[in-house]
Design a protein. Structure first.
Lengths: 100, 358
């Protein structure tokens, strides 16, 4: 298998998985964080709350603020966004895209 | 969103946050279990706008083994900053990797100015007089910042102007600092053998005083709030309740250890026997937090509330600027007098622009 074909397979697989995950999540909330130790602990424990939400499937999206880039928890939407960025021509510098 | 005790009342009063008053109707959540001082600090005009993950004041961390080896007894009563400097100098041994003290030097209203602000309070300084005139060129500010620069140059680590809370916490846990005046919320981490090399040889006393004991320990809380613009208020409230509930703190205790439970928030958590067994210092931390009075934190009268900050929107810019000036003085790029003269000029301009001064 060529490198190009292997990459395409991986991207397709990731895209399929992301699509499934996106479809399963009916609501998402974004939480701005500065990621000190106690906040990181909360992020580790938060899946327990997500599981408690029996009637509505929740996606938690943690976004670090105040400091430079820091997406510390990646939602399916972010996976899908990353894949679309990989597939499009690299028009913008990587750092600019992450900051946006 | 996570939000601090400085922004919450300002943002809440501006209508930028969702009121959480209805949390008081939820018996399971038990809002009154959260310390009243903390609830007050996260409220504006009687409305609650955030719920706390943890709250903190500042106190003195010190190495029991280092001072015992030096034959020095740390006073149990609140010492003066003059005494503190003498203690730090007595154990300062940089050739053997031990610095007498580690304090915040990185510029920022929430970094170096958190420590310097309480130090200034101790020396009798205030940010503004009763008519909102900046007081940064006062003899009290000069004495406080001169003390700070001398302390760090005589007994601190090299390059201290680059060190903030996280850097000093790492240095202290790595056994490089004999003393550190900083957040009580770091106590659990420093006393946790899983994360600290000095867990068994660290103890705590109050932050020092000088001309006054007022305002010598700061007040801060990291809390969760919901922007008024949120389209998912019910879901967000559900998350906030979970993340600051009794069950959440219990889960942290059971999974991370009771010494690591976020401190200074819920009375039931601080009185839990498992917490007290793992963190015997917990009750002294709570006592220290509850002794803080943000409405009376300076020797001389002021028109503002806040211990290490001034609870007005203009403070962030002023505090950051003064922090940069103090950091430049610490780095040796300018004198203390120049730093404070620049700070006074900047603060006067900003307060005039904002309409406080004619």
């Amino acid at each position: 298998m060529s490198l190009k074909r292997a990459l395409l397979s991986t991207v397709t697989g990731l895209g399929f998985t992301a699509g499934l995950a996106t479809a399963a999540i009916s609501e998402e909330i974004t939480i701005a964080t500065v990621n000190n130790a106690d906040m990181i602990t909360m992020q580790e424990l938060a899946p327990a709350w997500e599981k408690q939400r029996a009637t509505v499937s929740i996606g938690l999206f943690w976004k670090k603020t105040y400091f430079a880039n820091g997406l510390h928890r990646i939602s399916p939407q972010m996976v899908a966004h990353s894949i679309s960025c990989l597939l499009e021509p690299m028009k913008r510098p990587f750092g600019e895209r992450m900051a946006g | 969103m996570f939000i601090g005790a400085y922004e919450t009342p300002i943002w809440g009063a501006n209508g930028w946050l969702t009121s959480l008053n209805d949390f008081g109707d939820d018996a399971d959540y038990d809002l009154n279990d959260i310390f009243q001082l903390v609830r007050n600090g996260l409220s504006a005009d009687g409305n609650l706008y955030a719920v706390p993950l943890y709250s903190e004041t500042s106190f003195t961390f010190y190495r029991t083994d280092v001072f015992e080896a030096a034959g020095i007894e740390i006073p149990s009563e609140q010492m003066t900053y003059t005494e503190f400097a003498q203690l730090a100098a007595a154990v300062h041994d940089p050739d053997n990797g031990m610095y007498g003290t580690c304090q915040r030097g990185k510029a920022g209203w929430g970094e170096n100015m958190a420590f310097v602000g309480t130090l200034a309070n101790a020396f009798g300084a205030r940010w503004f007089d009763e008519a909102w005139n900046p007081q940064l060129d006062s003899p009290e500010w000069n004495a406080a910042v001169t003390y700070y620069v001398d302390l760090m140059l005589n007994s601190g680590p090299p390059g201290a102007s680059a060190n903030g809370h996280n850097e000093n916490r790492a240095l202290f846990k790595d056994g490089k600092c004999a003393t550190w005046v900083d957040a009580t919320s770091a106590a659990g981490d420093v006393r946790n053998p899983a994360t600290s090399s000095v867990a068994d040889v660290t103890d705590f006393v109050k932050a020092p005083r000088q001309a006054t004991a007022k305002g010598t320990g700061w007040f801060w809380s990291w809390a969760l709030a919901i922007p008024a613009s949120s389209q998912k208020v019910d879901t967000a409230k559900s998350f906030l309740k979970w993340a600051t509930s009794k069950d959440y703190f219990e889960t942290v205790g059971e999974t991370k250890g009771w010494v690591a439970v976020p401190s200074g928030t819920r009375q039931s958590v601080e009185e839990d026997s498992r917490r007290l067994a793992a963190a015997p210092f917990a009750s002294s931390v709570v006592d220290a937090i509850l002794s803080v009075d943000p409405a009376d934190a300076t020797l001389l009268p002021t028109p503002y509330t806040g211990v290490q900050f001034v609870a007005i929107p203009e403070f962030q810019g002023i505090g950051n600027y003064v922090g940069q000036q103090v950091a430049a003085a610490l780095a040796g790029n300018q004198s203390v007098e120049e730093a404070l003269a620049n700070s006074q000029k900047f603060a006067t301009r900003e307060m005039t622009k904002a309409g406080y001064l004619k």
